[in-house]
Design a protein around this ligand. Structure first.
Ligand code: FAD
Length: 316
């Protein structure tokens, strides 16, 4: 039996919801223990993140890796420290988010281990399932003996674990040499007023049918009324209606909300790949033959410019 080093994602004060989902994957591994590594700049924010991680069920210890150079989560800076701190662990895992997808392959390379991505099911200690071809086929992947299992866990495939009495928090540090070629310059983020797309319980997405950047305010209004995150199809992103961090789908974000509302989206296979794990799918489309209606639980054949304002008005 081996131990897991779970790499926590956070924004300096709040632990990303993905950590609680990776812990559910760790429970399936039947590992000897799970240590959560929280890296960041020293301070109350880091303490808060460590406390949030310590309270998650299944955590054995929280390892607090405070260093001013970790103030921004740069994969190039974090990877050598993680590779150094990973000695003795059988698994190094993180969420399959932008953060995890950037970081874990670098850690694998530094450890000379194969990189495993998008674990969606644990079949055995070194055997996993992961999706390929936009989720239309499932691959069984076995990691050879001798190397640690380093990879990302598809957060949409797991439910968050509950809470426990807080696990101990211990300070760790790494003496790994850090590269000088990458430094943090600036963070330009979209609106932070809405929930994070990948961990939201409700998502409202707009497609090409929305027609313009200005019209996307309808999507935002509906999302805000519902307390939902806002997403988009690739066609809407490519048309420049919204930034590409809102893209849902095969080459965008994979979401798993309880409620997904697709407005003016046809339901191309690449879009559906991002919403396979959504609970209830609602579609608003003026074309009754749009493929989105084949997967929708509730379908409304209507002009979105009438239906969405009416919906916003009707909601409390
Ligand atoms: P369209 O297919 O043009 O559909 C627009 C819909 O709006 C239509 O169904 C229309 O009936 C409806 N509509 C128009 N006006 C109104 C109105 N007034 N009221 C109501 N409904 C209206 N796509 C993604 O979304 N995510 C991905 O990650 C992604 N990855 C891709 C990767 C690859 C390799 C490739 C080849 C494609 C990928 N795509 C992806 C693109 C995908 O194939 C589709 O082109 C795209 O999803 C279409 O977006 P859409 O549904 O908004 O646009």
């Amino acid at each position: 039996m081996a131990k897991v080093l779970l790499i926590a994602e956070h924004d300096g004060t709040k632990l990303n919801a993905g950590t609680a989902k990776v812990l559910a994957c760790c429970a399936d591994l039947g590992a000897e223990g799970v240590d959560v590594l929280v890296s960041g700049a020293d301070g109350a924010g880091l303490d808060g993140v460590c406390a949030q991680a310590a309270a998650l069920a299944g955590v054995s210890r929280v390892l607090r890796n405070a260093d001013a150079r970790n103030a921004a989560p740069l994969a190039a800076i974090l990877a050598p420290q993680i590779a150094d701190l990973a000695a003795g662990y059988g698994y190094v895992l993180g969420p399959s988010t932008t953060f995890g997808k950037d970081l874990l392959p670098r850690v694998a390379a530094l450890l000379g281990a194969p990189a495993l991505s998008d674990i969606m099911k644990v079949l055995g200690p070194r055997s996993f399932e992961r999706p390929i071809y936009a989720g239309n086929a499932i691959l069984t992947v076995s990691v050879p003996d001798g190397a640690p299992v380093v990879g990302t866990v598809r957060v949409a495939s797991y439910k968050a674990v509950g809470e426990q009495a807080p696990a101990p928090v211990e300070a760790v540090s790494s003496s790994a040499e850090l590269p000088g070629h990458t430094r943090f310059v600036e963070l330009r983020a979209g609106s932070r007023d809405r929930p994070d797309l990948q961990s939201a319980n409700k998502v409202v997405s707009g497609g090409r049918g929305v027609g313009s950047s200005e019209n996307f305010r309808l999507i935002f209004e509906l999302a805000d009324k519902l307390g939902a995150a806002a997403g988009a199809s690739r066609a809407a992103v490519d048309a420049g209606f919204v930034p590409n961090d809102m893209q849902v789908g095969q080459t965008g974000k994979v979401v798993a909300p309880e409620l997904y509302i697709a407005v003016g989206i046809s339901g191309a296979i690449q879009h559906l790949a991002g919403i396979k794990d959504a609970g209830t799918i609602v579609a608003v489309n003026k074309d009754a033959d749009a493929p989105i209606f084949e997967v929708a639980d509730i379908g409304l054949v209507a002009d979105l410019f009438e239906a969405v304002p009416a919906l916003v008005k009707a909601l409390p």
